[in-house]
Design a protein around this ligand. Structure first.
Ligand SMILES: Nc1nc2c(c(=O)[nH]1)N[C@H]1C(S)=C(S)[C@@H](COP(=O)(O)O)O[C@H]1N2
Ligand SMILES: [Mo]
Length: 896
């Protein structure tokens, strides 16, 4: 046996005694079938020491600080796990060395986690009654509790490696950003799973002819419905495929993050098929139509760009691009990233080692290492620990029968190692590894880039730098936003990572341009600027006098732009000293992005970037509840309370604030930012909205949103659709106020902090552009002392598209009957481009003719009028041109 697992074997020996850190497990006899209590039996009692035992585990007991502010605030976790998608949901991988050091089996503490949303909380006393169904195209649909599953079916135990399809995605993201978050090479883990063979259950339900797929659904309710996916029915019936419904992991009850109390385990396939918190099995004739089955876990052709994939749904529904069996893959654990080897006193040989796995139950048959970029290869030793379980006869283990002798397929990773002379390492610049499976599927040299960045498996390359008496090793990347790795370094130095030579210059004729690099990406930086800025320097500029802020690790000085910023100075000041990548990228146009170069002053150093990445300003949970909800520097959580349909495509979303007496804290005329995460990519989606609820409303806020649905020709609105699908009770983040305009009442306006008093507003809006204008109009109408005249032109397609009509008309009427100051001060005119017969309002677009008739500036002295415009870009543009013709000055017009 290869000595690479020697340390694990040491632990194995110690573990041969009854390990007391494993919780009690149910007995294998039927004298006591209570899932929860068992004093006598021990999970590993019958296990020969010749098979790898689970590493010691220390079940976390404390809820970690970051989790306390999330829906998972009840769930203790291991602090070593590296968070890949901010604080929540929990998507994590262990440090690669820690993972490897645990050996063949991974402890549940360090096992990677991929959660699309909050973890369903199941109390121990409810576990036996956990119910799930088998339905669809079956003769005998039935429901079953976990208790039944354990009492009535044969229990099996065997080791399975789970791998997220995104494992190693960070490397793809460095080449070109995919729609997925950045996994390092530790999105993979192995455990002994105990449960019931899926085929046994399906046979009991008797699938009908025509049934071809097994759809599975979890209990986690997500923005686009419950998590679900499918596998092929005849695979599920094949014992060699080993599909299982598991309730135990390494002899203990599943942990909440891994599907407690019941999950599917689908060996040899991408982790996404192993549905956790399992509630439903449905036999169907077609693959799952679950949103997560369609928009996740696919490898689209490399020619399909993110834009193309977004614009053209046909790529997603093409079943040929769905992925099931894992691709052959390997990675090096040692030398670790940034490991140093002293040449002076080192032993003659260095042992390079790592993991490898293959898909579809196939076995890894060779692992090869090259020190000369693939000109020559050496064979590494492979340790297939899974075989040691196979070699055991049938026996009881962890509450199930271990019986693998008969099975040909392999469900687990293997470890490989090779000894290399240190003198050779000192002479070369990299160590590359590739694995091959029994069908001769070998890892490719070059990356296959695709939109979701899945199944990344090119040769794993560790570089070697000689620094004095030391060799320093570098892995390709570090997970999440953690800086480091040769890929980032090569890219920064101008190397082309897609040149087939790891971005190094090849010499000879110029290498072709990288095919995968987005041609149209706008540069936000000054290329020649080489100024490094520390976190301390940045934090000195967190005030309004010289606000610096960070986008994508680059530092910008907002001072010269405070006056001109269309979003108002406040939003720049609010970002001072902080990372505002999400906000900036989320709400700015290409034009705005191109302007950034002028304000670029340097690059934040890696330590600073790491500090910022982990330091999103969180509301202090212990602080006294604030009377105002909005905070310009902190994202605050509002809970979705109700959705009310106003028309087929507009809804009012009501959010609960932090407490019933809280008011929003949004001045009239200003906006707030709303942030959701894309359910698939976890990318932040940010848009600004103006609520339609009264600014004085307590405890609630209403946002009116027009939903742009996907159509056959066009991808719809990311934000509006995500909002539409958001389940009641879920959080959304809010931040603000933003905007340079504020209406202070009785004609007093403030634009970028400068006050001016107006006598008349001309308000022009199209479609849902009404919302900011409605706020101002209502403020004028509601105040009897406010004599400001308001002419509001609302342009829409059909009658059903007019928003807030009843409210607007009501406000106008109230003012006709009140005799006091400003009687009849409000006028609202609707114009329709597709007016129905009998429509008594105006017809046609809002153009020069209409504006001349209704929106002239007669009777107004200089600065006494103000135009507020909000609508789609083409409308704003044509309105601006027409107004200039009529005689309005630029500084009298405000475009939201
Ligand atoms: N119900 C449910 N099942 C799920 C997921 C999920 O978010 N919800 N994530 C899937 C994905 S993409 C992976 S890789 C695996 C991860 O399993 P683990 O978190 O136990 O490692 O669970 C899969 N099953
Ligand atoms: Mo995954």
């Amino acid at each position: 046996m290869a000595s690479v697992v020697a340390s694990t074997q040491e632990e194995t020996k110690q573990l041969r005694r009854v390990p007391d850190d494993l919780p009690p497990t149910p007995p294998d006899s039927d004298t006591n079938s209570d899932t929860e209590k068992c004093e006598t039996d021990d999970a590993l009692r019958y296990v020969d020491a010749d098979v790898p035992l689970p590493p010691p585990t220390h079940e976390p007991t404390e809820v970690l600080e970051p989790d306390k502010k999330t829906p998972d605030n009840w769930l203790p976790r291991d602090p070593r796990l590296i968070r890949l998608t901010g604080v929540h949901p929990f998507n994590t991988e262990p440090p690669l060395s820690d993972l490897y050091n645990e050996g063949f089996l991974t402890s549940p503490d360090l096992f990677y986690v991929r959660n699309h949303g909050a973890v369903p909380q199941v109390h121990d006393e409810d576990i036996p009654d956990w119910e799930f169904s088998i339905e669809g195209l079956v003769e005998h649909p039935f429901k079953l509790t976990l208790r039944d599953l354990i009492e009535q079916y044969e229990q099996k135990t065997y080791p399975v490696t789970l791998v997220c399809a995104g494992n190693r995605r960070k490397e793809q993201n460095v080449v070109r950003k995919t729609k997925g978050f950045s996994w390092g090479a530790a999105g993979v883990s192995t455990a002994l799973f105990t449960g019931v063979i899926l085929g046994d259950l399906l046979r009991k339900a008797k699938p009908k002819r025509g049934g071809r797929y097994v759809c599975m659904e979890g209990a986690d309710k997500l923005p686009n419905g419950y998590y679900g996916t499918s596998v092929k029915l005849n695979w599920a019936m094949d014992p060699n495929r080993g599909m299982m419904l598991a309730h135990r992991m390494n002899g203990e009850m599943l942990r909440p993050d891994h599907g407690k109390p019941l999950r599917a385990v689908i060996p040899g396939q991408i982790g996404g098929r192993s549905v956790k918190w399992l509630k439903k099995l449905i036999i169907t004739a077609e693959p799952s139509d679950n949103w997560y089955h369609i928009y996740d876990n696919r490898v689209l052709p490399t020619t399909v760009s993110p834009e193309e994939s977004a614009n053209n749904p046909k790529w997603w529904i093409d079943e040929r691009y769905a992925i099931y069996d894992l691709s052959t893959n390997s990675a090096t654990a040692y030398p670790a990233h940034e490991e140093q080897l002293c040449l002076v006193d080192s032993p003659p040989n260095y042992r390079v080692k790592g993991y490898a796995y293959a898909g579809g139950g196939r076995r890894i048959t060779r692992v090869e290492v090259t020190l000369d970029k693939g000109k020559s290869w050496r064979l590494a030793k492979i340790d297939y620990a899974e075989d040691r379980y196979r070699e055991q006869g049938p026996r009881q283990m962890c509450g199930g029968e271990l019986d693998m002798e008969w099975r040909e397929s392999s469900f687990c990773w293997c470890f490989w190692n090779i000894d290399i002379a240190v003198s050779e390492l000192a002479e070369t610049s990299d160590i590359l590894v590739r694995a091959m499976d029994e069908s001769m599927n070998v890892q490719p040299r070059d990356m296959y880039w695709s939109v979701l960045g899945m199944m990344n498996n090119p040769w794993f390359r560790v570089t070697i730098a000689k620094e004095g008496d030391y060799l320093r090793f570098e892995h390709p990347t570090q997970p999440a936003l953690m800086p480091g790795g040769w890929m980032e370094r090569v890219k920064k130095a101008g190397g082309n990572l897609a040149n087939g030579y790891w971005g190094e210059s090849i010499g000879g004729p110029e290498a072709p341009e990288p095919v995968t690099e987005a041609a149209t990406e706008v540069s936000l930086t000054k290329d020649d600027l080489k100024n490094t800025i520390t976190i301390d320097e940045l934090r000195k500029h967190d005030k309004e006098d010289q606000p610096w802020f960070v986008v994508n690790g680059e530092v910008y000085d907002g001072t010269p732009f405070l006056e001109k910023h269309p979003g108002g100075a406040q939003s720049i000041v609010s970002a001072a000293g902080l990372d505002s990548t999400d906000e900036f990228m989320g709400i700015h146009s290409e034009t705005a992005k191109a302007m950034m170069r002028d304000y670029h002053i340097g690059t934040l150093d890696p330590a600073g970037r790491a500090a910022l990445a982990s330091a999103e300003v969180q509301p202090d949970p212990l602080a006294a509840p604030s009377p105002l909800f909005l905070d310009a520097r902190t994202w605050k959580k509002g809970t979705l309370h109700a959705k009310t349909s106003n028309s087929w495509d507009t809804k009012t979303f009501t959010f609960r604030l932090e407490h019933a007496a809280q008011t929003l804290g949004l001045p009239t005329g200003q906006h707030l930012m709303l942030r959701l995460r894309d359910p698939v990519t976890r990318e932040a989606i940010i848009r600004s909205y103006t609520p339609i609820s009264e600014t004085s409303a307590q405890g609630f806020l209403d946002v009116l949103v027009k939903i742009y649905f996907d159509t056959a020709e066009r991808k719809g609105g990311k934000m509006s659709q995500a909002l539409d699908q958001l389940p009641i009770g879920h959080f959304v983040d809010f931040k603000g106020p933003i905007g340079k305009f504020e209406y202070r009442g009785r004609g007093l306006c403030s634009v970028n902090g400068r006050e001016r008093k107006v006598k008349r507003f001309l308000m022009v809006c199209g479609g849902s552009g009404i919302t900011p204008i409605y706020q101002v109009f209502r403020a004028v109408m509601r105040d009897r002392e406010d004599a400001t005249e308001c002419v509001l032109l609302s342009g829409n397609r059909g009658v059903e598209d007019i928003l807030c009509k009843a409210e607007l008309d009501g406000l106008v009427r109230e003012n006709e009957s009140e005799g006091e100051g400003g009687k009849g001060k409000g006028r609202v005119l609707y114009t329709l481009t597709q007016a129905p017969e009998g429509w008594e309002g105006l017809r046609g677009r809002i153009g020069e003719t209409l504006l001349r008739e209704q929106g002239g500036r007669e009777g107004l002295g200089e600065g006494e009028g103000m135009v507020l415009v909000c609508g789609p870009e083409p409308l704003e543009k044509s309105v601006r041109e027409a107004l200039v013709e009529i005689g309005w000055r630029d500084d009298e017009m405000l475009f939201f």
